[in-house]
Design a protein around this ligand. Structure first.
Ligand SMILES: C[S@@+](CC[C@H](N)C(=O)[O-])C[C@H]1O[C@@H](n2cnc3c(N)ncnc32)[C@H](O)[C@@H]1O
Ligand code: SF4
Length: 387
C-alpha cells in the first residue's frame, strides 16, 4: 500500500496508520525534480506566493546548481525535470542542455508566463525541445491582467501559447483560482480549446501565503460560481480538464458547494451515481468525482512525495519557502523575527545522495509539517462526515 492508501483508510475509517504513512512516504521517492532557477520576476502578481526578490543568479552559481540538479536526476527512475520559475533566463538553457546530454531519457517541463518567447533564439541555437510547456492563464484578458498587475500580461501569455509548439511537445495552461477570476473558467477554456492552443487545461486554487494574497482568496460564494463552470467544462471537454486541490480548506468549499452528504458519499464510494466509481486513488492524490467533475485532492500531509524541490541556492526545501527571500531562509529567521528553519531540509551538493537526503527529509517533514497537516485533514473530513 502507498501513503495515499493509508491516508485514505485513516481519514475514512478513523484508524491510526501514521507510522505506515511515514514508512510508505519514504519508499515513494519522487521522480520529479523541480527547481527554482530564478527568484526575481518581471511581474508581481497579486496571487503569487513569492516575495519580491533580487536576482538569485549569484546564489545558484555558488551552489553549482546545474550539477546539483543533474546529480539528483541521475539517481531517480524515470527522471523528470521541472523548471518552475520564477522566470526563464538564458543560462537556464545550459541546465536543459546538460540534462539532455547526460540523461537523454529525461523529460523536461517548464512553467512560464509567456516570457520564454524572448529566448526563442536560444531554444533554436541550443536545439532545446521541451516535453512539456505550461503557460499560466488566469482568466480572460481583464481578470488575467488585473491578477497579474500588468496590462500586457495577457497578450504575452497568449503569444507564448501561440508559439508554444515550436519549443514543446505537450502544451498546457494552468489557472490559479482567486476572487478575481473565479467566473472566468468557461470563457478561458472555450477560448483555449477553440483555438487548439493547449492539450490540457489545469485549474487549482490559490494558496494564500502573503498579505497580498489574503484579500483575493476565493470565497465560498465565489466557489459555487466556479463549481458550476467546472461542471460545464468537464462536460464539454472530458479528459482534458484537471482540477487539483492541495488544501483541505478548499476541499471544504467543494463540500459546501455540493452538500456534505453528497461529497461524503462520493468520497467513501457509496455513491450510486451512474457516472461510475466516485473515488479513485492515484499517485499522491485521491480523485473524487462529483457532478462529473474529477477533483484531484493531494493531501498536504503527504505532498513531499510529489516533487523534490531545489531552491535557487541549491537547498532542498518544502513548498511555501517561496514566501521568504533566500537571505531569510538561509538565516533561518524571517524579517519579522519568526523562526523559519523548518522550510529548509538541507543544502545540496553535486554529490548528495538522493535516497538518504529524501529519507531524512521525510522524517523532518513529518515532525514539523506532515503530522500537523494530517490532524487538520482528519478534522476537516470528520466535519464533512457528520454532515
Ligand atoms: C510560481 S509560478 C512560476 C512560473 C511563472 N512565473 C508563471 O507565473 O507561470 C508557477 C505557477 O504557480 C502559480 N501560483 C503562484 N502563486 C500561487 C499561489 N499562491 N497558490 C497557488 N498557485 C500559485 C502561478 O499562477 C503559476 O501558474
Ligand atoms: S505568478 Fe509567476 S509571473 Fe506572477 S509574480 Fe509569481 S512567479 Fe512571477
Amino acid at each position: 500500500m502507498n501513503s495515499i492508501d493509508y491516508w485514505y483508510a485513516m481519514v475514512v475509517e478513523e484508524r491510526s496508520f501514521e507510522k505506515n504513512i511515514l514508512e510508505a512516504m519514504k519508499r515513494e521517492i519522487p521522480c520529479m525534480v523541480s527547481a527554482i532557477l530564478e527568484r526575481s520576476c518581471n511581474l508581481s502578481c497579486s496571487h503569487c506566493l513569492y516575495t519580491e526578490s533580487l536576482s538569485s543568479k549569484g546564489f545558484s552559481e555558488s551552489a553549482d546548481i546545474t550539477d546539483v540538479i543533474v546529480n539528483m536526476l541521475t539517481q531517480v527512475e524515470r527522471p523528470f525535470f521541472l523548471h518552475e520559475g520564477r522566470i526563464l533566463r538564458k543560462w537556464h538553457m545550459d541546465v536543459f542542455s546538460l540534462i539532455r546530454q547526460k540523461l537523454p531519457e529525461a523529460n523536461i517541463g517548464l512553467i512560464d508566463n509567456g516570457t520564454y518567447l524572448r529566448l526563442l533564439g536560444a531554444f533554436r541555437e541550443q536545439k532545446i525541445r521541451l516535453n512539456w510547456l505550461d503557460i499560466s492563464l488566469d482568466g480572460a484578458e481583464t481578470a488575467h491582467n488585473l491578477q497579474r498587475g500588468n496590462q500586457k500580461a495577457y497578450s504575452v501569455a497568449i503569444t507564448g501559447l501561440e508559439s508554444a509548439r515550436l519549443v514543446s511537445d505537450k502544451v498546457t495552461s494552468l489557472m490559479t483560482l482567486t476572487s478575481i477570476n473565479y467566473a472566468d473558467i468557461s470563457a478561458t477554456v472555450d477560448m483555449l480549446f477553440s483555438r487548439a492552443l493547449v492539450d490540457e487545461f489545469h485549474v487549482t486554487t490559490m494558496t494564500p501565503y502573503l498579505p497580498s494574497n489574503f484579500s483575493i482568496e476565493i470565497t465560498e460564494e465565489e466557489f459555487r460560481v466556479a463549481w458550476r463552470q467546472l461542471v460545464n467544462v468537464f462536460q464539454k471537454y472530458p479528459d482534458k480538464i484537471f482540477f487539483k486541490i492541495y488544501r483541505h480548506q478548499d476541499l471544504m468549499k467543494i463540500a459546501k458547494a455540493v452538500g456534505y452528504e453528497k461529497f461524503w458519499k462520493a468520497f467513501t464510494r457509496e455513491s450510486d451515481s451512474p457516472e461510475g466509481p466516485a473515488v479513485g486513488v492515484g499517485d499522491g492524490f485521491v480523485e473524487i468525482v462529483i457532478d462529473n467533475v474529477a477533483v484531484r485532492y493531494f493531501p498536504a500531509s503527504i505532498v513531499l512525495t510529489e516533487t523534490f524541490l531545489i531552491d535557487a541556492d541549491g537547498a532542498y526545501r518544502t513548498g511555501g519557502a517561496q514566501q521568504y527571500t533566500l537571505q531569510e531562509l538561509r538565516r533561518g529567521v524571517s524579517n519579522q523575527g519568526d523562526a523559519i528553519n523548518q522550510y529548509t531540509f538541507t543544502p545540496l551538493t553535486p554529490t548528495s545522495k538522493f535516497a538518504q537526503v529524501y529519507e531524512d527529509s521525510v522524517n523532518y517533514w513529518w515532525k514539523y509539517w506532515g503530522a500537523n497537516f494530517l490532524s487538520q485533514e482528519k478534522e476537516a473530513f470528520q466535519i464533512i462526515a457528520k454532515g
